[in-house]
Design a protein around this ligand. Structure first.
Ligand code: URA
Length: 203
């Protein structure tokens, strides 16, 4: 299976020496009661991310919705329940992977994240990736895939292929919320998950 190289995305870990690598707790503390973008005015909770600090596989979604904003945890609403099933479909548990989002605060009325909001959050997502050092990132949906890979290519064209991000493989797939509206697309996500499982099992 070919690996597609993309131009620098600005998301690459900077290859820090071990002593420079923070813990997730330190990254969370640095984020603090973030007011770096306008979303702080309307959010209830910062949804930092959760899971295994040493995960091989990391999922990155778009941003918190209503349920996540209330609970302070990523992917806990209907789309989240489907994501949990998707993770389990490759014999992993939620606790074994790490789950985060491109932005950590819910946009009003769940509108799309805006470029300045993505930019404000980006350093913290990068630090989370640096700490976790996953082998594979599964980018969930358009915003995640396009932000991580710094491309405007459509998710339909991006999905199901491995991209290289400074040694980390990124495989985009459809967002679980999209699957809830388009259940016929589940087959493609299943194909993408099989590729991830195959890669992990052969690594
Ligand atoms: N959709 C996302 O992209 N992220 C969440 O955490 C929940 C829903």
């Amino acid at each position: 299976m070919g690996i597609v190289s993309l131009p620098s995305s600005g998301m690459e870990p900077e290859n820090p020496t071990r002593s420079q690598v923070l813990t997730l707790e330190e990254v969370r503390n640095e984020l603090g009661d973030c007011k770096r973008c306008k979303l702080h005015q309307t959010r209830r909770t910062i949804v930092f991310g959760e899971g295994n600090e040493k995960a091989t596989l990391m999922f990155i979604g778009e941003g918190p919705g209503y349920d996540e904003d209330v609970q302070g945890r990523p992917f806990v609403g209907r789309a989240g329940q489907l994501l949990t099933k998707i993770i389990q479909s490759i014999n992993l548990q939620r606790e074994e992977v790490y789950i985060a989002n491109i932005i950590k605060c819910r946009p009003p009325q769940n509108r799309n994240p805006e470029p300045d909001e993505i930019q404000s959050c980006n350093p913290f997502l990068r630090k989370q990736i640096q700490v976790i050092q996953p082998k594979i990132i599964c980018a969930l949906g358009t915003f995640s895939a396009q932000t991580l890979l710094k491309t405007e290519t459509k998710i339909t064209a991006l999905r199901g292929k491995f991209y290289d991000l400074e040694g980390i493989k990124v495989i985009p797939t459809y967002h679980p919320a999209f699957l809830l509206r388009n259940p016929d697309k589940k087959r493609e996500v299943w194909e993408d998950m099989k590729k991830i499982a195959e890669w992990i099992n052969n690594a």
